[in-house]
Ligand binder design. Structure first.
Ligand code: ADP
Ligand code: GLC
Length: 488
């Protein structure tokens, strides 16, 4: 099949979080499964191409697109990555994409991503490539179905193309002042859905995509249910309920070429389920590199995350200081984001110099090393569409402690010591008490080596590989390509 993926980030070129892992891996695994899958991504100034790794695409050079009163010019480059794992086109428009970071707080943010959508359609037409499915990700690509529905005639080759919009996190909706519609070429009743325009004078780009895409998916079955409720629907529950028959929950996969301790080149010692000696060495190496004392009788808890409220960091604020005071564990945390959480993690390091370390920033290698070195991985998210780190943790023999929400509920089974079943520690209600209780249970379980090894083995035996998950997307693509109808 011919599938065009459109997104704001993807490994190995541009990443701030799990969206990049998923989009990059999905493109690769679709290619490996024999499909003609191609990804279109903005050419951010931060993207470093390997020497000779970027080739201009002849048919798409210096193309002018009218966006309202403005004319923007772009060219397409093809990225030939390591071993040609996947086809990635980079959309070169310095005016829009040469900024300090992938996302910006600049006033033209809606235009940056509206342009990605329109230029993606224009590029396919010029490439004379007609995807059966445009697979759009999050609000940044949500206008593509809107443009296709509103001005399909501009791209005659794309008349039969259908759209799938995947919701990775509905906390980010792309809400902007209505005046932007004109600059996006969608003003004056030209097809922007009325239900995505608010009386307050704002428009919601994600809602526009949800109203228009042929099919919708999100990244776990539980999150697909949760977003239809007022509690977690973030104002979109009504429209999502209305489209529930076209909404599917597909759990993300894991790219085990990248995230597996057997082969991971970013960790000092590789290891397997039958020989965990490398894991112990990774722990000693990390503790020593971070200047923490080696204390074999203390578990090491790891945290790798964007520092935002979603991730349940407020529970860590409530529970961790006491646990550290009582010398129950060592802690290594990596993350960047909101200042209040940065301050909290820094304060832990200052208060407990013998037990806690925090690294502020984005560090791919350290993220892998924390997965490999830790005994327990903390992910008490308030909500979590899917979450990848808990699945990485399972593979690295690092039992995750999670809240039962979204993809965390779908991927971690509570450990039951008497029967030896389960893969991690799971709590339900978002309270310090519930978190504390399960945290204590985890620490107690850790002190029994045989039980703990059983738990590790259960987790390492789990398989969330993309090979299986890709099959679920193929069902949706095939359905769209063959019937194009809206209900299943
Ligand atoms: P989200 O997409 O909401 O951030 P996920 O669990 O789906 O959450 O994915 C997070 C991804 O980002 C993982 O690959 C994780 O290792 C990575 N990550 C998050 N914060 C950092 C950081 N500070 N440094 C390196 N990697 C990070
Ligand atoms: C989002 C979600 C996360 C999910 C990721 C990839 O960033 O917060 O739960 O795993 O997208 O789908």
């Amino acid at each position: 099949m011919r599938i065009c993926l459109v997104a704001s980030e993807a490994v190995p070129l541009a990443k701030t979080g799990g969206l990049a892992d998923v989009v990059g891996a999905l493109t690769f695994h679709l290619t490996r499964a024999g499909h003609d899958a191609r990804l279109i991504l903005p050419f951010y100034s931060g993207i470093e191409a390997p020497a000779g790794g970027l080739a201009p695409v002849e048919q798409v050079q210096e193309v002018e697109l009218e966006m309202g009163a403005r004319v923007l010019r772009f060219s397409l480059l093809r990225w030939a990555g390591e071993d040609d794992r996947q086809t990635i086109y980079l959309l070169d428009c310095p005016e829009l994409y040469h900024r300090d970071s992938i996302y910006s707080a600049d006033p033209d943010e809606p235009l940056r991503f509206a342009f990605l959508c329109r230029a993606a359609l224009e590029s396919c037409q010029r490439l004379e490539w007609s995807p059966q499915v445009f697979h759009c990700h999050d609000w940044h690509a949500a206008l593509l179905p809107v443009y296709l529905a509103a001005s399909g005639r501009s791209w005659p080759l794309l008349g039969a193309s259908r759209t799938l919009l995947t919701l990775h996190n509905i906390a980010y909706q792309g809400v902007f002042e209505e005046k932007w519609l004109d600059s996006m070429g969608l003003g004056g009743g030209t097809g922007f859905p009325a239900e995505a325009s608010y009386a307050s004078g704002y428009v919601n780009l994600l809602a526009a995509g949800i109203a228009t895409a042929d099919l919708l998916s999100t990244v776990s079955p539980t999150y697909a249910e949760e977003i239809q409720t007022p509690e977690l629907g973030m104002g979109l529950d009504g429209i999502l309920q209305r489209r529930r028959r076209e909404l599917f929950g597909i759990l993300n996969g894991v790219d085990y070429d990248i995230w597996d301790p057997r082969v991971d080149p970013l960790i000092p010692f590789n290891y397997t389920p039958t020989d965990l000696s490398g894991k112990a060495k990774n722990k000693s190496a990390l503790l020593s590199d971070l200047g923490l004392p080696l204390a074999p009788d203390l578990p090491l808890a790891g945290v790798v995350t964007r520092l935002v409220e979603q991730k349940g960091l407020d529970l860590l604020v409530d529970v961790l200081p006491r646990a550290l005071e009582q010398k129950k564990l060592h802690l290594v945390a990596l993350g960047s984001g909101e200042e209040r959480y940065v301050r909290f993690l820094r304060s832990l390091e200052l208060r407990f110099p013998q037990a806690a370390r925090y690294r502020n920033g984005y560090d791919e290698e350290l993220a892998h090393r924390i997965e490999a070195a830790s005994d327990l991985f903390l992910m008490p998210s308030h909500f979590e569409p899917c979450g990848l780190n808990q699945m990485y943790s399972l593979r690295y023999g690092t039992p995750p402690l999670v809240r039962a929400t979204g993809g965390l509920a779908d991927s971690v089974q509570p450990f039951d010591a008497p029967t030896g079943s389960g893969t991690g520690f799971v709590f339900e209600s978002f309270t310090p008490e519930a978190f504390s209780a399960v945290f204590d249970q985890a620490l107690e379980t850790w002190s029994n080596r045989a039980t703990w090894h059983r738990l590790i083995a259960n987790g390492m035996a789990k398989d969330f590989s993309w090979k299986t998950q890709v099959g679920e997307y193929e069902v949706l693509y095939r359905f769209l390509a063959t019937t194009g109808a809206l209900s299943m």
